[in-house]
Design a protein around this ligand. Structure first.
Ligand code: UDX
Ligand code: ADP
Length: 466
């Protein structure tokens, strides 16, 4: 047997991973027809419109160039599956909310439903690729489902091809990835399937960046990479608490530490805590896996990364309350930034949500502004996380600009590092604030001296002097 030449790709799941990834594959491989499908009609309609369902720099251009030529968005899941020779499974795998492993393990319900559909609909052999982040050995479960439900003569080769793109830089990450990882069974057909997918990526990714490994190594690598990245942030955030207590400055410490080539400079920015759909979920997954494997010390080690993140969010919120003379009841506080990082409209696990809820539990009045997150999404996030202690509808308002959010605010809290916050007319904002006016820079992004000169009292994460 020789590797097949992939001509038609189906991607199940038109979310943050499936959408951008397969749009870039279509752009870079004009000879391959790529159909991205989703059960969610509104999402597919948005992908087919001028108003894409996700905000990602550079994405509009990619989609506009390929859509209608070799890139299609559809809700006809069965047709796209039936026609494809290779299927990416990019459905959501959130943390389980109930049952065994609740709060830790991944909910594989969506993945299993999609897998079952592939088996039921396929009338020819397929390469099935796990794109969603999954626990180690999920491919085994997928194979069992595929084999139990398949028609005679249909073969399924399963590959793991985790996606390492980061939101906000997804398109440049996809154009020039550090590596593409493909895991397969080390059988002849497994290796052929792996080569077929490698040939797709080789249309634009240098061969030496396409790594081929065993299936389980690939699955574990995704969890390991995210856990190690998050661990760096928790380490630097833990040090930021020491900086605040000693008068050291975390940016200076991180810069000097990062100059050691063994450590490296990236991912050492202290913050209000990490957010996003991956870090926490994947670490909790790793914790669950370790416990299932009877490795409690390993589980405890990784769990501490998430615990430190919770501590950081809580510590920052408390600092705001302490600084505002131990009470924020009835005080107006502006939260600038609701997305979990800049250049995305995604709010999953965003620290802003926890921080806002903390302020609400202290009965503050909160004004929120974010350049990309919709008002509807902010309400949804609060509805889902509200503790019902305080009616958030009464205490929160959502502003159309940073200036509007900051008007009359006793404290301005920077939660997301949007570039536009650097160039705001801070002098004008100061004029519209009661005295003393505080800025809490949870992203270490503003020019402290300039703000102080205007008159603000500035408190930053990881820096001792107020
Ligand atoms: C992450 C991984 O980077 C990516 O490889 C994987 O595919 C998915 O998960 P993402 O969550 O999109 O990507 O964004 P990332 O840039 O990793 O940021 C995650 C969180 O960490 C954000 O809240 C960000 O603000 C925070 N962060 C990042 C810091 O607090 N400090 C840093 O130095 C870097
Ligand atoms: P991610 O960040 O991993 O891409 P998202 O939640 O943004 O996660 O996207 C996952 C998408 O997968 C959602 O739009 C959801 O509707 C879709 N999806 C889930 N299950 C199925 C399925 N069985 N068939 C088609 N689409 C599905």
């Amino acid at each position: 047997m020789a590797p097949i030449t992939v001509k038609k790709i189906c991607c199940i799941g038109a979310g943050y991973v499936g959408g951008p990834t397969c749009a870039v594959i279509a752009l870079k491989c004009p000879n391959i027809q790529v159909t991205i499908v989703d059960l969610n009609q509104a999402r597919i309609d948005a992908w087919n419109s001028d108003n894409l369902p996700i905000y990602e720099p550079g994405l509009d251009e990619v989609v506009k160039t390929a859509r209608g030529k070799n890139l299609f968005f559809s809700t006809d899941v069965d047709k796209a599956i039936a026609e494809a020779d290779l299927i990416f499974v990019s459905v959501n795998t959130p943390t389980k909310k109930s049952g065994v492993g609740a709060g830790y393990a991944a909910d594989l319900n969506f993945l299993q439903r999609a897998t079952r559909r592939i088996a039921e609909v396929s009338t020819s052999s397929k390469i099935v690729v796990e794109k969603s982040t999954v626990p180690c050995r999920t491919a085994d479960a997928m194979r069992t489902i595929l084999e139990a439900n398949s028609k005679p003569g249909c073969r399924f080769d399963i590959l793991s091809n985790p996606e390492f793109l980061a939101e906000g830089t997804a398109i440049s990450d996809l154009f020039a990835p550090d590596r593409v990882l493909i895991g397969s069974l080390q059988t002849e057909s497994g290796k052929d399937a792996c080569a077929a997918l490698a040939n797709v990526y080789a249309n634009w990714v240098p061969r030496d960046r396409i790594l081929t490994v065993g299936l389980w190594s690939s699955e574990l690598t995704k969890l390991a990479a995210n856990a190690m990245l998050a661990q760096r942030i928790s380490s630097v955030n833990a040090l930021s608490a020491i900086c605040e207590a000693t008068g050291a400055n975390i940016d200076e410490v991180a810069f000097a530490v990062g100059k050691d080539s063994r450590v490296g400079a990236k991912f050492l920015k202290a913050s209000v805590g990490f957010g996003g759909s991956c870090f926490q979920k994947d670490i909790l997954n790793l914790v669950y896996l370790s416990e299932s494997l009877h490795l409690p010390e390993v589980a405890k080690y990784w769990k501490a990364v998430v615990d430190m993140n919770e501590y950081q969010k809580d510590r920052f919120s408390r600092k705001v309350v302490d600084t505002l003379f131990n009470t924020i009841t009835g005080k107006k506080i502006a939260i600038l930034g609701w997305a979990f990082k800049k250049d995305t409209g995604d709010t999953r696990e965003s620290p802003s949500i926890s921080i806002c809820n903390h302020f609400l539990s202290e009965k503050a009045r909160v004004n929120v502004y974010d350049p990309q997150v919709t008002e509807e999404q902010i309400w949804l996030d609060l509805d889902e996380t509200s503790t019902n202690e305080v009616d958030h509808k009464q205490h929160v308002s959502i502003s159309k600009s940073a200036i509007e959010a900051c008007k009359d605010a006793e404290a301005i809290v920077i939660c997301t590092e949007w570039d536009e916050f650097k160039t705001l007319d801070w002098a004008k904002i100061y004029e519209a604030c009661p005295r003393p006016a505080f800025v809490f820079d949870g992203r270490l992004m503003l020019n402290r001296a300039e703000l102080q000169q205007i008159g603000f009292k500035v408190v930053t994460i990881g820096s001792g002097d107020v």
